[in-house]
Design a protein. Structure first.
Length: 270
């Protein structure tokens, strides 16, 4: 597949060719399929390490590569963030308890293209406040994607997410953001999940990036634990996140990481 006619905007954002969408679709589909398949294994008594091992095995069985194993020293095929962990939770011996909520984040490389997505799950019985947090976070992402179309700006995406989440009396994490991707894991732009309408770079056809809002029940501040990866809410409030990789088209946004089984939202699990 040629990428010889790619251009870069003055903001350093790569514009991909129409032919490049097929590579992103394939990578995104695998990442989303893995997240579909892991859903039935998220149960009380399961460990996050066992979930990660399943994901590791499935990536290998598909003939793909994990983008996270070896990335800056990270040694797992997923990040699994439970309850008040905002993102970058490290899989291990932690056993899921009744009522736990968790985000599972997977990035795969297929034929040189990166597929990156995450979604929420829960073990056992879901509390009403956790259910509402998950719903608001999901809806925040989808509102951000609705704003992702040519002529709009990245500030329009952030504003759509921020105004909705804050209207639900929740907060948007500001310490982490979405990012460009394609044949690299992380690239410009930084996709903020808050912002002013009309601010930031203008969206153009051929831009590839993630939108991945992290929404807290409490305050937005986070801190990094001693492992230098795990980010948690400072006030120990619950946090949730959903992530899609998208490409900008003439009509709006194509979601590369659409769930093959229509299970992106966790209520579709059962």
């Amino acid at each position: 597949m040629t990428t010889s006619t790619q251009t870069v905007t003055r903001d350093g954002i790569r514009i991909y060719d129409p032919s490049d969408f097929a590579g992103m679709e394939k990578a995104g589909r695998l990442a989303a399929q893995i997240l579909d398949d892991i859903a039935d294994h998220v149960v009380v008594g399961q460990t996050t390490g066992a979930l990660d091992q399943l994901i590791t095995d499935w990536v290998a069985a598909a003939g793909a590569t994990s983008a996270t194993i070896g990335y800056r020293g990270y040694q797992h095929a997923s990040c699994i963030s439970v309850n008040h962990v905002v993102c970058h939770g490290i899989p291990g011996d932690k056993t899921l308890k009744d009522g736990d909520i968790l985000n599972i984040d997977v990035t795969v490389i297929v034929d040189g293209w990166f597929g990156d997505c995450s979604r929420m799950y829960w073990a056992g019985k879901l509390s009403r406040k956790a259910e509402r947090l998950i719903q608001v976070t999901h809806d925040s992402l989808m509102l951000g994607i609705e704003a992702a179309k040519p002529g709009n700006t990245f500030g329009d995406i952030g504003h759509a997410i921020q105004t909705y989440a804050e209207a639900q009396r929740m907060s948007v994490v500001r310490d982490f953001c979405g990012h460009g991707l394609g044949r690299v894991f992380h690239a410009p732009p930084n996709v903020l999940h808050y912002g002013r309408p009309g601010s930031g770079a203008v969206l153009e056809e051929g831009m590839f990036f993630t939108i991945e809002p992290m929404i807290n029940l409490g305050r937005p501040e986070t801190k990094i634990l001693a492992d230098d990866w795990t980010a948690v809410t400072r006030d120990k409030s619950l946090s949730a996140q959903f992530e899609h990789s998208i490409g900008i088209t003439a009509q709006g946004a194509e979601i590369f990481t659409q769930s093959p089984g229509d299970r992106f939202h966790p209520t579709m699990r059962d």
